[in-house]
Ligand binder design. Structure first.
Ligand code: G6P
Length: 614
């Protein structure tokens, strides 16, 4: 939610900042803005409603000469998307400009107090309060900007990553974070600052992840300084960035989402590399073998996640219960945190998050740790908060996911959960060794099988034309295919804005079947598994009510082919691996329907990829 970028050095700040905003647009695209201090000491702020491209157009005839600046792309929380609510916000004396990602919970109290002291506000945002407060403290106490920022942050309740620049001191950026991500890129005589490292990947691979409640003092020509809120100097840990520029580009595809769908054979390969070895005979996962006693003795596993990650968590439940005989509970992180959860030291809590920054998931982790559970994280973004807040964990290694609708991260998460379940089962000896070996062999074949599924793209594109203007969709599945149906429905909703409901197929007769008619297509996920005969009955029930059916079936299926209106055949795999195979055609179906409707699939309205607010 919201992306921030900063630059100080000898280069062209505007170019770095605009390029960086484009990379961070997945975090929000309601408005964009930039603040630059030119060499004559003039602070220029340009901001506009809409995407970064609109800001670029707006700046065409403006003075954008500068060697220092900050910029922002917004996902609106306080105040509607508009020019005046766009960041950067500035102080009343026009000396300071500030960008912010997060929410200031006590902004109303602070704003009222500042209004009483004669300040005028120009926006409805919580952020403007912060910049006005910093300036107020600065003037009142006649202190340095650093001291004013520190004092202001002590008064603030909420989550933030901020960057501040000052007209009268163009050689410095002050940044700070609490619960929202912030990374500094250390270049040669220059510094970059951003919500993640993507804006500066082509300029430097030296990164410093700012910690919670840490202030970064970034000065031209001087070494970076990190300070705690009580003004102690912290050690600087420069890490090497593992990201390449090609991962951040569309590589000839019209959209990141399509690129990411098509990449899945290789991202799955990256995900299993070094983890399934000896021709499938041996499966291992970071953090599980090193904590073997904890996993062997776990009485229960609780998985917390949001959105698509919650759907992979549901698949994780089936995998772990099937293979490890450990009871599993799956919770929305946002519900878990306010449900007075009962967690003990005998529980393992697994947090799944592509971004590693989701605010609710982070809060759930803190609660679980506080109650004595061992917390294991599954994330994609290296160096993000969740891997740092958990006792142990692993990465899915699928590379940056930029399309807002998650695709390759979902299959990566399901793959890692499969390996996790197999590793625990290996420790607990709950899986028959010969079966485990066979499964390992199948996993090694999966990337090639997903490649075959992707070859269905032209058929799915043709099929999408028939259903582009349906107003509602039903997605049904049972067992491992039930979360796949939920995920398929979510994909369609997110990017095509068609209402879609995912349901366990057998539950359909308790309500949703009333909706079935010739106008509402049903997408039924029905691979050959131990529930196949049951789902055939569900398919018949929909057909008997005049519903149109698109079925995802295993190659060679004749029974459903004779009932359904359309079938998409996927290769046969063991039941526990079907979600990785059956989810791909649903990703493609939603993509093509959204494209037919002319929607912006990579940046669907109202959504953002990284949800760092509650
Ligand atoms: C947002 C994204 C989804 C994602 C969810 C959870 O809603 O648009 O794609 O599944 O957040 O994010 P996380 O990074 O925790 O997996």
């Amino acid at each position: 939610m919201c992306g921030i970028v900063g630059y100080i050095g000898e280069g062209n700040a505007y170019n770095v900042l605009i390029g960086g905003l484009h990379r961070l647009e997945y975090r929000g695209y309601d408005s964009a803005g930039i603040a630059l201090v030119d060499d004559n000491g003039k602070l220029n702020i340009y901001k506009t409603l809409g995407k970064v491209q609109a800001l670029e157009n707006f700046c065409k005839d403006k003075n954008v000469e500068a060697r220092v600046g900050i910029a922002h792309t917004r996902w609106a929380t306080h105040g509607e998307p508009s020019d005046c609510n766009a960041h950067p916000h500035y102080s009343e004396d026009g000396n300071l400009a500030l960008v912010h990602n997060g929410t200031i919970e006590n902004y109303k109290v602070l704003k009222d107090a500042l209004v009483e002291h004669g300040r005028t506000f120009h926006s409805d945002t919580d952020t403007e309060v912060l910049v006005q407060l910093i300036e107020y403290i600065r003037v009142q106490n006649d202190c340095s900007l650093l001291d004013a920022v520190r004092e202001a942050l002590k008064q603030v309740v909420g989550a933030y990553a901020i960057a501040v620049i000052e007209k009268d001191n163009p050689d410095c950026i002050i940044a700070a974070r609490k619960s929202s991500p912030l990374v500094v890129g250390v270049g040669d005589g220059e510094f970059y600052l951003a919500s993640d490292a993507s804006p500066f990947v082509e300029f430097t691979d030296n990164v410093v992840y700012i910690k919670d409640e840490e202030i970064a003092l970034i000065r031209r020509g001087e070494p970076l300084k990190l300070l705690s809120f009580d003004n102690k100097e912290n050690e600087i840990d420069v890490k090497k960035l593992e990201m390449s520029i090609s991962q951040l580009e569309k590589g000839g595809y019209p959209h990141f989402m399509l690129k990411e769908i098509f990449e899945q054979p290789s991202t799955l390969l990256d995900c299993i590399r070094g983890r399934v070895v000896d021709k499938g005979r041996f499966v291992t996962l970071n953090g599980v073998n090193d904590n073997s006693e904890t996993f062997i003795n776990a009485k229960r596993i609780v998985i917390v996640a949001c959105g698509t990650s919650w759907h992979s968590a549901l698949i994780g439940k089936y995998l772990i219960q099937d293979m490890c005989k450990i009871p599993v509970v799956v919770e929305y992180a946002s519900e878990f945190r306010y449900s007075n959860p009962v967690i003990t030291h005998e529980d393992i809590v697994i947090a799944i998050s592509q971004s590693g920054e989701t605010a609710d998931t982070l809060a759930a982790i803190k609660i679980a740790r506080g109650m004595g559970a061992f917390v294991y994280g599954i994330s994609n973004v290296v160096g993000s908060s969740i891997p740092r807040e958990t006792h142990s964990g692993t990465y899915i290694h699928v590379g940056p996911e930029i399309g807002v609708a998650s695709t390759k991260a979902f299959t990566g998460q399901v793959m890692v959960l499969t390996l996790l379940a197999m590793t625990i089962a290996g420790l607990k000896k709950t899986l028959e060794p010969r079966y485990a070996e066979k499964l390992g062999e199948w996993i090694l074949k999966l990337p090639a099988l997903v490649e075959k599924v992707i070859e269905l793209a032209p058929d799915i594109e043709r099929l999408s034309l028939i259903y582009t203007y349906a107003r509602n969709f039903l997605y049904l599945g049972r067992g491992y295919s039930y979360p796949v149906a939920l995920e398929g429905a979510l994909k369609l909703k997110e990017i095509s804005y068609i209402h879609a409901e995912g349901y366990p197929a057998a539950e359909m007769k308790h309500g949703p079947i009333a909706l079935v008619d010739a106008e509402m297509p049903s997408v039924i996920v029905a691979p050959k598994d131990h529930l196949y005969d049951k789902i055939v009955s569900n398919v018949q029930q929909v057909k008997a009510r005049g519903g149109n059916i698109i079925a995802i079936v295993t190659e060679g299926d004749t029974t459903i082919r004779n009932i359904a209106d359309h079938v998409l055949e996927v290769p046969e795999v063991p039941e526990c691996l079907t979600p990785i195979i059956t989810s791909v055609p649903l990703q493609l179906l939603s993509y093509y329907i959204a494209i037919n409707k002319g929607k912006d699939v990579d940046m669907p309205r109202n959504l953002a990829k990284s949800v760092t607010v509650e």
